[in-house]
Design a protein around this ligand. Sequence first.
Ligand SMILES: [Zn+2]
Length: 339
Amino acid sequence: MVLTILKPNFKNSKTPEPESPPISISPETPPPPPPPPIETPNITTQIPNYLSYPDIIKQLKIWNEEAPRLTEVGVYGKTSRGQDIYFIRVTNEHTDLALNDQGNGIWNVEPKSKVLVTGCIHGNEPHSTATIMAYIGSMLASYGKDDKITSLIQGREIFFVPVVSPDSYPRSRYVDGVDPNRDFENKRSAPIREVQKFFLQHKFDAAWSGHTWGRVFLYPWGKSMTPCPDDAVYREVMDEVAQLCQYRLIRACEMYTSNGLNNPPIRYGMPGWGGGEFRPIYGTEMDWYYGHGAFAVVCEYGTHQRIPSHSEIESEFNRTFKGFLYFLEKAPLAINRPN
Ligand SMILES: [Zn+2]
């Protein structure tokens, strides 16, 4: 569309017409081109089987080939053993494009909210990675078909990191000799230093971290029993997410109490565990992300820590996908970021 701005000529007119309001389009910023048409990519694998780390990288690259306008595949860091840590960014590549309430493409001057979605910070929790891979494939395959998903891909930048700790995937909780999800203050492990840099580079508005197991969501704090400043907002958003997923919702500091992950049965042999007492957890990703301004939660998927079968992946995906989409919509806008 070309806008022609006509200048009125009042030279010879003794009684000029009443002036219309000034047109406030500056000549330096031409009107944007019309939004490109919405095309649904042809995605061959929506819900992959459990994959090794090399096969995860292959699958991310296949999705990038199948949906080049909606994805970017990249590396944000290296592990101690020299493995690349991959992400896939899902958004409409026409980064200014968003949908309005009527579902039409409009040009939006607001920057998009950024969401970080991670799996397997604990390498031995492959059901989290598999479910997150299913989110990626299914979102891409639904672009242009499902209004909600289309508008989320238009309006958000979603960075998926299927495996935060590839050196220990899929075997061990520990990496570089430490529990990576207690390492956010000490920063002794390479994956944590790298994911922190990645986080600070993008200043994510929300973060969803996949773990196993227990079918429960955790929200801040882990380090303190005092409700976090956004407790009410957390409950408002996450009660709905938890209900959609049929998961429970607790604070991370309640993990090892009688209301926690171990209820019942007791999952870890905690020395001196008496139930109901406070057992803080320090140095977690969630407290750190939240402390840096993101609406951060942990999702404890499924009912075990083994390599999941395809039907287990499908079933946990079906159970949680709607809740995940609700999170993508609400969480990035729920709390105010510090400056
Ligand atoms: Zn975990």
